[in-house]
Design a binder for this molecule. Sequence first.
Ligand code: NDP
Length: 252
Amino acid sequence: MANKIALITGASRGLGRNMALHLARRGVDIIGTYRSSSAEAEGLKQEIEAIGGNAAMLALDVTDIAQFPAFADHVVQTLKARFDQERFDFLVNNAGVGIAANFADITPDEFDTLVAAHLRGPVFLTQRLLPRIKDGGRILNVSSGFARFTLPGYSVYAALKAAIEVMSRFMAVELGERQIRVNAIAPGAIATDFGGGAVRDNEAVNAFVAQGIALGRVGLPDDIGGAVAAILSDEMGWANGTTFDISGGQML
Ligand code: NDP
């Protein structure tokens, strides 16, 4: 039987990269996307191949919906040429940017960038790729703990993450006839490049965040990549239209 195939946006760094590695270790083939980090994407491909997996890396800017038709064609060609398939199993809408700006200060340009990355992109990319997702496949949207708890600086970002959680439920209802499960994950603060890498690199921020987490430390990429591989496993096939909080118990 052919391996399952996961398409992960923003696989070049951070959580997307880690998800790709965990899925590859479980025998899932990977189509990863990158926007600017082509060298990192190539490094991930080699790392996956070194553990006996298969991967292809494609360029994509999720804020530019004009690219989506050509990207979808590229996916079709890649599926055929690299994996001898016409469809893939899992779509993970992960790519995103953190822009910290207080409500009083956020600009229309920052607002538009956040909407494009975190809502418009995932919606229209998924819509475009739907014919290429297998019946019985899965869609996993990446939300954030900020959809549940509140700290200054992330009002618009958090509102968009809440929106993608609601969107996931409606998608689950409408795609149920194709047996496609749609869920979201809401990671707590994880040490990546996100938001300038503050959670990872700024000791004061790291300590402040850690004291708000029941398990006493900030999350690491492996905390999320492993969870995603588990959520996309066959055993989790009855989970649908829900959001998984994966935060170590942040701000309970
Ligand atoms: P990183 O900054 O480490 O990585 C971001 C990834 O997204 C990179 O691969 C980057 O690609 C890609 N990307 C960024 N903008 C675009 C774009 N316009 N089009 C396509 N790809 C893009 O962030 P994380 O891995 O931490 O974040 C991943 C997701 O997790 C995001 O949706 C974020 O909102 C969410 N999240 C993160 C948390 C955290 O604390 N880290 C907590 C909760 C949610 P490239 O480098 O090639 O440009």
